[in-house]
Design a protein around this ligand. Structure first.
Ligand code: ATP
Ligand code: LTN
Length: 326
């Protein structure tokens, strides 16, 4: 049987943090065994907010390198830069003509970002380009954190509209989110998600942070004024977030961890969480240090070549269906 296709993307907007890893990237790695996996550094998406060209350029390679360091294996997954495969932008245009403005007006990510950077067309149509990323590969499943649910819903809606109008073309893609870790919160504001664009760098633990930095970040993590370590996402968002992270990194259940740490005090509890995260990130840092930028660039160029060939086959079919065939 042919394998089903998995597609996902990450923006090269800065350093990758454990939220990205626990919510999405560890699934990217795990899915390589069973699926035909296609992963993309979505650099066109990164141009929808103000940026510095030199920084974007560096960030693309850094992100690609980090993906390889966490275990995305270019011999098993197709890995490339979105801007090097023009079929993404082409399909985005076609889907744009089928996208009701009402759907885009509801996007919470747009509202939040537009408030910071202004109402821009690229930012507004960002979810249409994301749908095109997924559909240009006829993907069946998309591993992402839960902040992407609304975008995935639009993707499914557009696939469905296209299929109804032009005939069965796209599978309706499923979202894959982990049971625990789908939304890791900021260490400084446990009511907001950990984010690359968070103003306060202490809120995010980066994959390449040193052991000292990680320990400091956990030590200063915002919690609450009680003493008891227990899980309550509403009343104890900070502690619950730390328990989630602890549980994922140790493979132990939250109940088990609460049993052990309920009366330990927040200080020793935070130290224990920091220790397992430091241990968990060490292999990623070692792998990162052994990668060479030029090799990474070569691998990405090769990936773009293969991705263009695949995407062009799908686009030839799409063009024919919509009346733009050769
Ligand atoms: P930005 O802050 O620039 O919007 P980001 O940190 O949200 O960036 P993205 O590149 O947009 O990162 O996302 C990459 C992947 O990581 C997506 O699948 C997204 O859902 C996931 N992700 C991002 N933040 C978190 C988080 N705090 N918890 C779990 N998953 C997350
Ligand atoms: N919107 C996503 C990044 C993204 C993506 C995609 C994820 C762009 N295109 C396609 C999955 C599939 C984000 O902000 N995290």
């Amino acid at each position: 049987m042919t394998k089903q296709t998995v597609f996902s993307g990450i923006q090269p907007t800065g350093d990758v943090h454990i939220g990205n890893y626990l919510g999405a990237l560890r699934n990217w790695v795990a899915l390589q065994d069973e699926y035909d996996t296609i992963y993309c550094v979505v650099d066109l998406h990164a141009t929808t907010v103000p940026y510095d060209p030199k920084e974007l350029h560096d960030s693309r390679i850094l992100t690609a390198k980090l993906l390889m360091a966490v275990g995305v294996d270019p011999s098993r997954s197709l890995l490339y830069f979105q801007s090097q495969v023009p079929q993404h932008a082409e399909l985005s245009w076609i889907l744009g003509s089928m996208t009701p403005l009402g759907a885009l007006n509801r996007m919470t990510q747009y509202k939040e970002k537009a408030e910071k950077v202004g109402q821009m067309l690229g930012l507004y149509s960002y979810p249409v380009l994301m749908a095109a990323d997924i559909l240009v590969h006829k993907a069946h499943a998309v591993p992402v954190g839960d902040d992407q649910t609304q975008h995935l819903e639009l993707t499914r809606d557009l696939a469905d509209r296209f299929n109804n109008r032009f005939g069965e073309t796209f599978p309706i893609p499923e979202q894959i989110t982990p049971k625990r870790g789908a939304r890791i919160m900021s260490l400084q504001d446990p009511t907001a998600k950990m984010s690359k664009s968070d103003g306060d760098p202490r809120g995010s633990v980066l994959l390449l942070d040193s052991a000292d930095t990680i320990v400091k970040k956990f030590k200063t993590a915002v919690t609450d004024s009680e003493r008891e370590v227990r899980y309550d996402r509403e009343k104890k968002a900070g502690i619950s977030n730390l328990l989630d992270i602890f549980s994922i990194y140790t493979g132990r259940s939250v109940e088990d961890l609460v049993d052990e740490y309920v009366d330990a005090g927040y200080g020793p509890f935070k130290e224990a969480v920091a220790e397992v995260v430091v241990g968990g990130l060490a292999p990623i840092r070692n792998a990162f240090n052994s990668l060479d930028d030029e090799d990474v660039s070569r691998i990405m160029a090769r990936g773009a070549l293969d991705a263009r060939t695949r995407a062009e086959q799908e686009m030839a079919d799409v063009r024919r269906r919509v009346g733009l065939g050769a």
